[in-house]
Design a protein around this ligand. Structure first.
Ligand SMILES: Nc1nc2c(ncn2[C@@H]2O[C@H](COP(=O)(O)OP(=O)(O)OP(=O)(O)O)[C@@H](O)[C@H]2O)c(=O)[nH]1
Length: 285
């Protein structure tokens, strides 16, 4: 894990976040569209309590559209708006901001009725490492962004970024921890690159990924690496990929490390295809 989470650290993060959330009207919860369940913080509901939130299914460009739609419906059935986004191109961000304003409309109107001065809607981005928080903040801030200065009660140095409409975004995201004690979750986080340090050696990780992808998308592997058919086992498939890519070392032996890196890189960048690794119906209740 690239962050050394331990109970003390988690407790401190949780308390700090709860403190910051007092200033926030809407939480933007970023998830990886390929693994919305595994990229979720296990305590998020308790942390944000009753705050309105918008779920952002980021990296939607790397996920399967049909499965992303089933996640959107899943969230809708639970009373939450989930929006697919590609932060690199900005696709979906307009809808995110509109939804952000909508979910607090009533609250803001109620404040106005009480005679409070009108103010911007304050947003905070939260999510696990590598889910795209900084990229999204930068994208939203753009060139035209104006920083609106420190607000009391927020850790020194934090700034508010003025966005389109009547919105303000905290420039520092809340970094949350994933449910890393669950092996299946850890594996999916490693596949997508959310866990940088190896939870297992890279060759085994690539073999597990081949196994996962082969279950429903063997055609994508066959196409990408020009294989007539995938192998009978993940190892055989890996060897076929190695031959296709010329990953052979002296003496004709297969360079498993290089092959594993190619497979993982090409999955992570979407080159093998848009492959989601979990569906709402997979969630263990
Ligand atoms: N394909 C794709 N890549 C994305 C998207 N959003 C972010 N990325 C990439 O994901 C990687 C991680 O993005 P960051 O913005 O650094 O993520 P972060 O959540 O701020 O990460 P931490 O600083 O570790 O907490 C970068 O390589 C981004 O370019 C997206 O919508 N699509």
């Amino acid at each position: 894990m690239n962050i050394n989470w331990f109970p003390g650290h988690m407790k401190k993060t949780r308390e700090l976040l709860k403190e910051q959330l007092k200033l926030i009207d809407v939480v933007f919860e970023l998830l990886d569209a390929r693994i919305p369940f595994s990229s979720k913080n296990p305590e998020i509901n308790e942390i944000i309590a009753n705050k309105p939130r918008v779920v952002i299914l980021n990296k939607a460009d790397l996920a399967d559209d049909d499965i992303t739609n089933s996640w959107i419906n899943y969230y809708k059935n639970n009373g939450v708006s989930a929006i697919p986004v590609n932060t690199i191109t900005g696709k979906g961000l307009k809808q995110v901001l509109q939804t952000g304003e909508e979910v607090v409309k009533e609250k803001m109107q109620a404040l106005k009725r009480k005679g409070r001065r009108e103010r911007a809607v304050r947003i905070m981005m939260v999510g696990i490492p590598n889910v795209g928080k900084s990229s999204m903040i930068n994208r939203l801030a753009g060139k035209k962004s104006a920083q609106t200065g420190d607000k009391p009660g927020v850790t020194k140095g934090k700034q508010w970024i003025r966005l389109k409409g009547n919105l303000e975004l905290l420039d520092t995201p809340g970094i949350l921890w994933p449910k890393f004690e669950d092996q299946e979750v850890a594996l999916k986080l490693a596949f997508t690159g959310a866990i940088k340090d190896q939870i297992m050696d890279i060759e085994t990780l690539a073999l597990k990924l081949i196994e996962h992808i082969s279950l429903q998308h063997s055609d994508l592997i066959e196409e990408r690496y020009s294989l007539g058919n995938i192998g009978e086992s993940p190892l055989e498939t890996m060897e076929l990929v190695a031959k296709n890519r010329g990953c052979i070392i002296k003496g004709g032996e297969i360079d498993y490390t290089r092959t594993a890196n190619i497979i993982l890189d090409e999955y992570r960048s979407g080159k093998i295809g848009r492959i989601s690794l979990e569906k709402p119906c997979d969630i263990k209740k």
